[in-house]
Design a protein. Structure first.
Length: 251
C-alpha cells in the first residue's frame, strides 16, 4: 500500500487518540468516521477501530504507570463490573438498530458535557466517596451497562465511564481519565475487539499505522493531562463530549 496512505492513517490515529487520552474517551470521534470515509464497511471499520484503540490504552498506561495513581483493588472492581457488559454488547452489535442507538447515545453524551460545564467544581478535587457495599453495587451495575455501550456502539463509552467515576466515586478528572484509559482502553476494548474479530472482519493491513498512532497519541495525551491537570482535562472533556455527541446525531 502507498506509504502516504499509511502516514495519513498514523496522523489520524495520533490526533484522535491524543484528544481521547486527555478527555478520557472519544477516539471514535475522528478515527472511526475516517476509516469509513477511507473505504471500510462499518462492521470492519468498527472492529479495526476497537483493535487500534487498545494501543491507546497501552500508550497511556506507559505514562500513567510512572504516576502510580491507580488502586489495584478498585481497578479489578472496574474490570469485573464492566467486562460482562462489553462481551454482551459486542455480541449484540449487529442486532442493534444502529441509527436509533446513535441518536440516543449522541443526546446522552452532549448531556454529559453540559452537566460537567454547569458544575464548575466537578472533578477538580479528589474526594473518594461511596466506597461501601451499596455504592459498589450501584456503581457496578452502571459500569456493566456502560460495558454494553462500549462493546456495541461506536464512540463515547469512555466518556461515560470517566464522568461516572467522577460523579459517583468522587475521583478527580486526572484519576478518572487514568482508570478509563488503562482499564477501558486496554481490557474493555481488547475484549470487544476480540469478540468483533471473531464475529466479523478486521482490516489487518491498516493496523500497523493505526496502532503506532494510537500508542504515540495515547502517551502524549496522558503526559499532557498529567502535566496540565484537572482544569485542562475538564475543559477538553466538555468540548469532546459535545463534538462526539453532535457527530453521532448528524447522519
Amino acid at each position: 500500500m502507498d506509504p502516504l496512505f499509511h502516514l495519513l492513517l498514523f496522523i489520524i490515529a495520533t490526533v484522535a487518540n491524543l484528544l481521547s487520552a486527555v478527555a478520557g474517551g472519544g477516539a471514535g470521534l475522528l478515527q472511526l468516521p475516517a476509516l469509513i470515509l477511507l473505504g471500510l464497511p462499518f462492521p470492519v471499520a468498527l472492529a479495526t477501530h476497537k483493535v487500534a484503540t487498545v494501543a491507546l490504552g497501552l500508550g497511556a498506561s506507559l505514562r500513567h504507570a510512572r504516576e502510580r495513581t491507580l488502586e489495584l483493588r478498585f481497578s479489578l472492581y472496574i474490570l469485573l463490573a464492566g467486562l460482562p457488559g462489553v462481551i454482551a454488547g459486542a455480541s449484540l452489535v449487529l442486532a442493534i438498530p444502529e441509527r436509533l442507538a446513535e441518536i440516543a447515545l449522541g443526546t446522552l453524551i452532549i448531556g454529559l458535557g453540559l452537566h460537567s460545564r454547569f458544575s464548575p467544581g466537578l472533578g477538580l478535587e479528589h474526594r473518594p466517596q461511596r466506597r461501601d457495599i451499596r455504592g459498589y453495587l450501584v456503581g457496578g451495575l452502571v459500569l456493566t451497562g456502560l460495558g454494553v455501550i462500549n462493546g456495541s456502539l461506536t464512540a463515547g463509552s469512555g466518556l461515560f465511564v470517566t464522568l461516572w467515576l467522577v460523579r459517583w466515586f468522587g475521583l478527580d478528572y486526572t484519576r478518572a481519565v487514568a482508570y478509563t484509559l488503562v482499564l477501558v482502553g486496554v481490557f474493555w476494548n481488547g475484549s470487544g475487539a476480540l469478540v468483533l474479530g471473531l464475529l466479523g472482519d478486521i482490516e489487518w493491513r491498516w493496523l500497523p499505522a493505526l496502532i503506532a498512532g494510537s500508542l504515540v497519541g495515547g502517551y502524549l495525551g496522558a503526559h499532557l493531562a498529567i502535566v496540565r491537570g484537572n482544569n485542562l482535562i475538564k475543559a477538553i472533556f466538555e468540548i469532546v463530549t459535545v463534538l462526539v455527541g453532535l457527530s453521532l446525531l448528524v447522519p
